[in-house]
Write a new protein. Structure first.
Length: 419
């Protein structure tokens, strides 16, 4: 006999309190944060300088600047890549909002390219059609922790003389053919926001191996000055600047978490592999793809529902929402990661960032088209996905992954109860 779903009054598959919260905090975190607190430099201090060095060494970059968010690091990357007024920057049509709004922050114009359904990353086959004489850079997002097809992206960029910015905000430790993200393009941004694989509450890191890019990013980062805040400053503004530096307390916590990051990533990989094997063959599910040579960090384990097979092609989003509600009733923390594809967001449809239509009506820019029907793959992904993070993160182990699989199998085996 089939079990009654929790949404219909049955017993939840995952009892309350089973899933441990993210990130795990231990005495090392407490010691590092308290020692920063008890120090005398709470702005950009010794922990910030050390965090930059340690993260650069961990990731294999020459230069790193710690920021107060991943979005700040992305804006710095735009400036490092010399993108400015009226320049166009190619961005995948499905990502976090600031993968695109960072472009506008320097008066440049985002141009969207559809994603590949299997990898959920930018479709390299569609990039060249979006390149114009105004294109300056491509932002390759490693969505949910799977590297974008950087070999194809870098080849296109070399052919057209473009810079490649990696949005690695979700992808700490992900690799392509043995090389870590953040070392594959010309520069990259990482996030240390609460939900990320390396969490320091908030924060980010700009990384590059290129000295000129580093200098330009550094100027934007600290008021348009040319000297690092630990050096002898002349307090002179040489270029347009923001204040994107990190605080010593966040950097202290980031350093403590960095020491444990490889262990966390190994646990995530094991949990994701366990879930994939437990869900193999469940009708109506499309499991995540990991092409050969790709090393996923499993920041977000994203499932898609095969709405054609389930007979719900016409009402995919609402039927997906019913499945997600039923999974949540089973005690599974899962949900829609982004509710809109990027070009459908109001700021792009209205083409108004700074008022008066700026930057789209800037005399240096040319018209761009944000018709949402040009991104059918991103729209299909949007309508059929659900994702999860915490249940597959340390300290949760494969025993939790098995409960997660049980919840999903239970709901998928009796979707009639949702009708
Ligand atoms: C792909 C992607 N890019 C950029 C960001 C921005 O990072 P932050 O929240 O640290 O500004 C995020 C954060 O969610 C993200 O997921």
């Amino acid at each position: 006999m089939k079990e009654l779903l929790a949404a219909k009054g049955g017993k939840p598959s995952i009892p309350d309190g089973t899933v441990k919260p993210w990130p795990p905090i231990d005495d090392e975190d407490r010691r590092m944060v308290l020692s920063s607190l008890e120090g005398t430099n709470h702005a950009f201090g010794p922990n910030c300088a050390a965090f930059q060095e340690e993260f650069a060494a961990w990731n294999g970059n020459r230069y790193a600047l710690t920021t107060n968010s991943g979005t700040a690091a992305l804006h710095m990357a735009l400036v490092a890549a010399e993108c400015g007024c009226g320049d166009e920057v190619i961005v995948p049509a499905y990502s976090w909002s600031s993968s695109a709004t960072c472009v506008m922050q320097h008066n440049a114009i985002p141009v969207f390219v559809d994603i590949d359904f299997d990898t959920m990353n930018i479709d390299p086959n569609k990039i060249e059609a979006a390149i114009t004489p105004k294109t300056k850079a491509i932002i390759a997002v490693h969505l949910h922790g799977l590297p974008a097809d950087m070999e194809a992206v870098m080849a296109i960029a070399a052919k057209h003389g473009l810079k490649v910015i990696e949005d690695a905000c979700q992808a700490h430790g992900a690799k392509l053919n043995g090389r870590k993200v953040g070392t594959l393009g010309h520069c990259a941004a990482f996030s240390f926001n609460q939900n990320k694989c390396l969490s320091a509450g908030e924060g980010g890191m700009f990384v590059t191996d290129d000295e000129d890019m580093y200098q330009r990013a550094q100027a934007l980062w600290s008021f348009g000055e040319q000297t690092a805040p630990t050096g002898r400053r002349d307090y002179h503004v040489y270029a347009m600047g923001w204040m994107y530096r990190n605080s010593d307390l966040c950097a202290a916590w980031g350093r403590a978490q960095l020491r444990k990051l490889d262990g966390y990533l190994a646990a995530q990989r094991e949990n994701a592999a366990c879930l994939t094997s437990e869900l193999a063959g469940v009708p109506g599910l499309i499991l995540p793809t990991v092409p050969d040579g790709y090393h996923h960090n499993w920041y977000n384990y994203t499932l898609r529902f095969d709405m054609e097979a389930l007979g719900h092609a016409q009402d995919a989003p609402s039927f997906r929402d019913k499945i997600v509600s039923a999974l949540r009733a089973e005690g599974l923390e899962t949900g829609i990661w982004q509710a809109f594809i990027l070009p459908a967001m109001t700021v792009f449809q209205a083409k108004d960032g700074y008022g008066h239509g700026c930057p789209w009506n800037c005399p240096h820019s040319q018209p761009v088209d944000y018709s949402v029907e040009d991104f059918p793959v991103a729209a299909r992904h949007l309508a059929t996905h659900t994702g999860m993070t915490t249940p597959l993160r340390a300290p949760n182990g494969t025993e939790v992954a098995k409960l997660v699989a049980g919840a999903i199998r239970k709901v998928m085996s009796d979707l009639d109860q949702l009708s």
